[in-house]
Design a protein around this ligand. Structure first.
Ligand code: PLP
Length: 440
């Protein structure tokens, strides 16, 4: 066979996928893998679901594609209404896109156009966290705080003010509450120095995703950022591309904290791996201001097409019918317990953190000093290879920003059952025992 023309990533050849069902996938040699990370934290309802397939086929039989400026389509309206209801009508307007990067990009542009329409064109800067990941398009990359991704494009991506968020694993403050107070004071000082009236929006993930290994924020911090945004007159954009649609045990992660954004970006789990669909949710008055100024100067061809929206609607209906959020909470407790037991057994597990079915495991060379493994040892890659050999998919990242170490995410489909969690932990333990032999 000719070598593949695809060039997604450097590294060894990948196994070829054959088929998948539930939380399991099989490659064409017959090897089985447990999907411990929902692909890229997207395939949230597992594989091969007949209800999603049937809804998609029914829509395909009616019409797959219409352009958003030519026809209203019922699945788009119904999905938008469902999303608004999930925010308890805090956010009342919806703009569909096809990916997480597009959702963040659209939110940034909506914020900017809002201030232009209000006669505040000097508000053209964004504030975001380092480390963070908000997507790969130039705007979303501009607010991303992840050095290897930024480096080649720094000169051409939009500028953004990068500030540190709280780090409850590694801080030198007297306690967590003083740590949060200091981080908020530093953030306020950075915004003061940059000029509060130049800021359009603060962008952040309510629970860190891949770039931080599920680093948690907390209620006081989020309340502090909300207050800071209100005082600065800028918008709060929450990036719930990864955390939205149930991943943390609430429909949106911000609902754990009671801090409401002005704009929210979501994607991944909305199409649950069956079809790409994402959305920006907005406060009504922001959209009204922009529409009164001549309409949102933005859009993508596939935005809000009937097939995408019928898929998203089928996903939300399935989650409601099956009370998936209850499962996330119950299985999340079992997963947390199992990961903490592994942490107690292996000294190089520095931290286990997360919420619902979003868990990060950070690997360190020394648990006392929390020193990371030397970057050139690529420990994040080793644990991922070993897990794959043991039939388990996990989602790895090396964190280069700040002092944080290698980590991986454990984010199985939200529909996984107790036996699935037990099997996931068994396979992970086998991989970790092999990793232990390699590093000792
Ligand atoms: N924002 C967050 C928090 C993400 O985790 C991701 C993807 O991993 C994105 C944005 C970009 O989404 P996509 O890969 O669908 O463009």
């Amino acid at each position: 066979m000719d070598p593949s023309p695809l060039f997604y990533q450097a590294g060894p050849a990948l196994p070829e996928i054959s088929h998948a069902q539930g939380v399991y996938l099989w490659d064409e040699t017959g090897k089985q893998y447990l999907d411990g990370c929902s692909g890229a934290i997207a395939c949230n309802l597992g594989h091969g679901r007949n209800d999603i397939r049937d809804a998609m086929l029914a829509q395909l039989d009616r019409v797959a594609f219409t352009y958003r400026t030519q026809f209203e389509n019922a699945p788009a309206v119904a999905l938008a209404q469902a999303l608004v209801a999930l925010t308890h009508h805090h956010l009342e307007k919806v703009f569909f896109v096809s990916s997480g990067s597009e959702a963040v990009e659209s939110a940034l542009k909506l914020a900017r156009q809002y201030f232009v329409a209000r006669g505040e064109p000097q508000r053209r800067r964004f504030v975001s966290l380092r480390p963070s990941y908000h997507g790969s398009t130039l705007g979303a990359l501009g607010v991303t705080g992840y050095e290897p991704l930024e480096a080649p494009f720094r000169d051409i991506a939009i500028g953004s003010l990068k500030v540190a968020g709280p780090d409850f694993y590694r801080h030198d403050d007297a306690d967590d509450s003083r740590h949060v107070a200091r981080v908020l004071a530093d953030t306020r000082a950075a915004i003061e120095a940059a000029g509060p009236d130049t800021i359009a929006a603060f962008v952040l993930e309510p629970v860190g995703g891949a770039s931080t290994g599920a680093r948690m924020l907390d209620q006081t911090y989020l309340e502090g950022i909300r207050t800071l945004c209100d005082e600065t007159g800028c918008l709060l954009i929450l990036d719930e591309v990864l955390t939205g649609i149930g991943r943390t045990g609430a429909w949106f992660a911000y609902q754990h904290y009671g801090v409401t954004p002005d704009l929210l970006a979501t994607a991944k789990g909305l199409g649950a791996g069956y079809y790409p669909v994402g959305a920006v949710l907005s406060r009504a008055d922001i959209v009204e201001t922009v529409m009164a100024s001549g309409g949102f100067q933005h859009g993508h061809t596939y935005a809000g097409n009937p097939l995408a929206c019928a898929t998203g609607l089928a996903v939300i209906e399935a989650m409601q019918r099956e009370r998936v959020l209850d499962n996330v909470s119950a299985r999340g407790r079992e997963l947390k317990e199992g990961l903490l037991a592994l942490k107690a057994r292996f000294p190089w597990v520095g931290d286990v953190r997360g919420l619902g079915l979003l868990w990060g495991v950070e690997l360190v060379a020394d648990a006392d000093s929390k020193a990371p493994f030397p970057a050139e040892q690529n420990r994040f890659a080793l644990i991922t290879v070993l897990a794959k050999e043991e039939g388990l998919l996990i989602y790895p990242r090396r964190t280069l920003d700040g002092v944080a170490g290698d980590h991986f995410l454990v984010t199985p489909p939200l529909t996984i059952d107790a036996a699935g969690i037990a099997e996931l932990l068994t396979r992970l333990e086998r991989a970790m025992a092999r990793f232990d032999r390699e590093v000792n």
